[in-house]
Design a protein. Structure first.
Length: 135
């Protein structure tokens, strides 16, 4: 796994990686459910086998969303020299852990960093996001 020290050293690059992965994962979710909708449309048009094939392809595409979104994010960030070391650390972590475990850890580090920045700026409302903020 990626240590807190390694994350802190390359926090900007890791945060960029996490946000890029989330962006691609969202795109994959949208495309998957569009595929499901198209399969339902085909089903109602009496194209049963085609609908089944489209639904199966959408499901398989959805099943691989974490590795696929991670792969697409890596391809995008490989061109940035500042991301070379973080991508190497990511590869080492992925050699020992599943993508969801590594991404969950990076997400945790990223959220903790944002929370610490909010607290340092004096914008933390104590976790009560729905309240009146102490007014």
């Amino acid at each position: 796994m990626i240590s807190q020290h390694d994350y802190d050293t390359h926090a900007t690059a890791f945060d960029t990686l996490v946000s890029t992965v989330h962006g691609y994962a969202t795109l994959i979710f949208i495309l998957t459910f569009m595929g499901y909708g198209f399969a339902v449309f085909l089903w109602f048009q009496d194209h049963t086998w085609t609908a089944l094939i489209v639904a199966t392809a959408s499901y398989l595409f959805f099943r691989g969303f974490r590795p696929f979104s991670l792969w697409m994010a890596r391809r995008k960030l490989q061109k940035d020299p500042a991301c070379a070391t973080p991508l190497m650390l990511l590869d080492q972590a992925l050699a020992h852990e599943r993508p969801q475990a590594v991404l969950a850890q990076l997400d945790g580090y990223s959220q903790a960093r944002r929370k610490a920045a909010r607290q340092a700026a004096g914008h933390d409302d104590g976790g009560d996001s729905g309240g009146n903020g102490g007014d």
